[in-house]
Write a protein that binds this ligand. Structure first.
Ligand SMILES: Cc1cc2nc3c(=O)[nH]c(=O)nc-3n(C[C@H](O)[C@H](O)[C@H](O)COP(=O)(O)OP(=O)(O)OC[C@H]3O[C@@H](n4cnc5c(N)ncnc54)[C@H](O)[C@@H]3O)c2cc1C
Length: 507
């Protein structure tokens, strides 16, 4: 197997020969010693992100997050000074926000500096007339939303991880929220960014994304997972907190009719804020636990919102006509409302998966022509990848819709994986690999909004093609020639290259 074929958690070698104490001393000159951690404390307080990969490695005493030092800057100037120091010493730097990623991206697999951005939380400017806000990258989404709600405003970007995820992390991982079908994914929310490059240059990108001033550079950093620069602030668009919400729920005879109803809405201009279509397994074994409604099969939940009740009611009525036209039976609207009220319970015990389970959610996007085939291919490939004796479950829903297609969200779970770490990884990797290749074969794009991280990096070349991958490498080389920022992430470290450990003189 070549480097490119192997998930990087199998090959990453932490560069442990840093003089962490000396590095910490240099960082303390920039930040003060109270904002620098090193030694065991630096690893204990920052165990890594929330992916199964991170949890299972930690359980076996082989943590993926191998930072030598944690630095917590409060200002863009401090971030720039840290990056200048790292560039001079060629020390890897891994930016981290809430570390709520599920692909292993925020782990400092090569050691070096973990840049904890959660102290950068200032709202720099709020323009109520234009409904825009410039906010620092470490602001936690839920806190931001609560501050805005108190003023009658909303960010409308609600990932299920809002409690932990930072705005910078959402941008870097190209995230999506539960209201994306109407309000867009993070790339639509971000108008502009302030970015610190690997040499410490601070770039203020144009204030608006719709311009004729050359290429739109802000989007270069959306989804770049910390490999091209550190996002220190973004200007995002806001909305008024909607005055009206209307829920509905429908039961379809099969998934195909549900997808067709969604397609007809999206291609005719109807914009539900929430549209979640659950396959049979997901409706009965997942959704039902939260809404306690006795669901029988494929179920769609919709929610329309807005300032004007007439518009909200009109859209809901068109949605009803379309769903009924596709043979759906209308269920109690309370099912949708109950999901909305309890939408976060899925992520806490007893609903959230825990070791010794193996779990992972794939999220694959496709156009309307291919989405059904992608669903069939991916879920079949997952099931065929493992022996039935493991008792794997696969539950799928479609929750982010576009005017050209949608995405599937198949979540697999194995009640108890092998005790041996490598055997557990083999099982996990076999399912992810089968599902990802099946998605590509059926014409899907391998990720909708969770990012690449360590899990999907081995498949990036297949997704982009060799020339596309060369383009990405050239961009990386131009912006970060020494691979100081997140070395190896996004499959951007050719074997034998990348950041090298520096010998730092003792302080
Ligand atoms: C229970 C649960 C539910 C989730 N639901 C959703 C969901 O609904 N929608 C969704 O999109 N995601 C979801 N996620 C995944 C995760 O929350 C998102 O990927 C989120 O965007 C990560 O934000 P973070 O601040 O935690 O980033 P981190 O995990 O800290 O980092 C993610 C990546 O971004 C880089 N990074 C972080 N901050 C910066 C920065 N300022 N500049 C440059 N690079 C940076 C890191 O190096 C890393 O590569 C969920 C996760 C969990 C555990």
């Amino acid at each position: 197997m070549s480097f490119a074929d192997r998930p990087s958690y199998r090959t990453a070698a932490p560069m442990t020969d840093f003089d962490a104490r000396a590095l910490a001393a240099s960082l303390a000159e920039i930040l003060g010693s109270d904002r620098v951690l090193h030694g065991p404390e630096a690893r204990r307080r920052h165990p890594g992100d929330m992916s199964w990969l991170t949890y299972v490695h930690a359980q076996h005493g082989r943590p993926l997050n191998g930072q030598d030092v944690v630095a917590s800057p409060r200002t863009t100037r401090e971030v720039a000074d840290i990056l200048k120091l790292a560039a001079r010493l060629k020390v890897p730097v891994t930016p981290a926000g809430g570390a709520s990623g599920v692909q292993g991206a925020a782990n400092a697999t090569c050691g070096g500096i973990l840049l904890d951005l959660r102290s950068m939380t200032r709202v720099r400017n709020l323009d109520r007339r234009s409904l825009t806000c410039t906010v620092e990258a470490g602001m936690i989404v839920k806190t931001f939303e609560e501050q805005l709600n108190a003023q009658g405003l909303s960010f409308t970007h609600y990932p299920a991880s809002a409690e932990w995820a930072s705005i910078g992390g959402c941008v870097a991982a190209r995230g999506s929220g539960v209201l994306s079908t109407k309000y867009g994914t993070i790339q639509d929310h971000v108008l502009s960014a302030e970015v610190v490059l690997s040499d410490g240059d601070v770039v203020q990108l144009p204030a608006l994304p719709r311009h004729g001033v050359g290429p739109e550079l802000t989007q270069l950093f959306v989804g770049s997972e910390g490999t091209l620069g550190v996002v220190t602030a973004v200007t995002v668009r806001l909305r008024h907190l909607p005055a009206h919400r209307k829920f509905a729920a429908y039961r379809f005879d099969d998934l195909a009719h549900g997808i067709e109803a969604g397609r007809r809405m999206m291609t005719s201009g109807v914009r539900p804020a929430v549209m979640r279509l659950y396959d049979r397994e997901a409706a009965i074994h997942s959704l039902e636990r939260a809404v306690t409604a006795g669901l029988e099969g494929e179920t769609m939940i919709v929610m329309f919102d807005g300032d004007h009740p007439t518009l909200v009611d009109a859209e809901a009525a068109v949605c009803r006509d379309i769903c009924v036209g596709e043979g759906a039976r209308e269920l109690r609207a309370g099912i949708g409302e109950s999901w909305w009220d309890k939408r976060y319970v899925f992520y806490y015990p007893p609903h959230a998966p825990q070791l010794p389970q193996i779990w992972c959610t794939m999220d694959v996007a496709a156009d309307f022509t291919r989405i059904e085939a992608v669903y069939r291919n991916v879920t079949r490939a997952m099931r065929e990848a493992v022996d039935p004796s493991w008792g794997m479950t696969v539950k799928t829903h479609l929750s982010h819709w576009y005017d050209w297609g949608s995405m599937i969200y198949p979540r697999f779970g194995i009640p108890k994986g092998p005790d041996d770490l490598d055997a557990a990884l083999d099982l996990h990797d076999a399912i992810v690999r089968a599902a990802t290749l099946a998605a590509i074969e059926a014409g899907g794009v391998i990720n909708d909004h969770h990012g690449v991280g360590m899990r999907l990096a081995p498949f990036l070349e297949q997704q982009f093609g060799p020339a596309g991958m060369r383009l990405l490498r050239r961009i990386k080389h131009g912006l970060d020639p020494d691979h100081v920022l997140c070395p190896g992430k996004l499959a951007l470290r050719p074997e034998g290259q990348g950041a090298r450990p520096a010998v730092i003189p003792a302080a």
